[in-house]
Design a protein. Structure first.
Length: 212
């Protein structure tokens, strides 16, 4: 399996982008990305996507090689034809997980990853890759506005990820870690979790915050 679970992409740490290119293992000009977003309009998110495109250009990935998929319709295998990377973006984690399951994308993601495709997560996209998105309820990360009952994630990795770690949220994560059986990897915006086969490591600057 090949996964890169990030807190904020590589906007604040270009080294993460370089690791992403290594993980895909193709020329950047040839990489094709399936970019997953929710259909809900978030002004800040749209501005962030524009900045992210600039970052993608930094690693020389052409916009023409990026396919947007709004989670508002059923997905088919043909949608992922010739795709190298599934990139699940940030937003409300509960909304993302609910739509990923309802559109059938959850099954295709699991199959895609098993066959060697790369999964790239940013914030919510990293949370949903875990066995459960319970961590999204910690430190008021997201509101469960849709009242989602089943918080079971995609289970692509055996640990939980928390994003945007800072001095204020660290004590909360430490306390919540006592209540779960799962290993927890908490990422600052300059860090990411790289999974390549049986190897899992935290990349990026700063202290590595791992609990349980």
């Amino acid at each position: 399996m090949k996964l890169l679970l990030t807190s904020a992409g590589w906007e604040k740490n270009p080294a993460i982008g370089k690791e992403f290119l290594k993980l895909v293992g193709k020329k950047s000009s040839e990489i094709r990305i399936f970019f997953v977003i929710t259909p809900i309009k978030y002004p800040k998110r749209n501005k962030y996507i524009k900045r992210l495109f600039k970052d993608l250009k930094v690693v020389n990935i052409s916009e023409k090689n990026i396919t947007f998929f709004k989670l508002d319709r059923q997905i088919t295998k043909d949608n992922l034809k010739n795709i190298d990377v599934i990139f699940v973006f940030g937003g409300n984690t509960f909304d993302y997980l609910d739509r990923i399951k309802k559109t059938g994308l959850d099954k295709l993601i699991k199959s895609f990853v098993k066959k060697g495709g790369v999964y790239l997560g940013l914030s919510a996209g990293s949370y949903v890759a875990a066995p459960t998105i319970k961590a999204a309820t910690w430190k008021n990360v997201d509101e469960n506005l849709i009242e989602l009952k089943n918080l079971k994630g995609l289970n692509l990795v055996p640990f939980l990820v928390t994003a945007h770690l800072d001095d204020k949220s660290l004590p909360i994560v430490k306390e919540e870690a006592k209540k779960t059986k799962y290993k927890i990897i908490s990422l600052t915006d300059e860090q990411a979790v790289l999974v390549n086969g049986k190897t899992t490591k935290i990349i990026g600057k700063g202290k590595k915050n791992i609990f349980n």
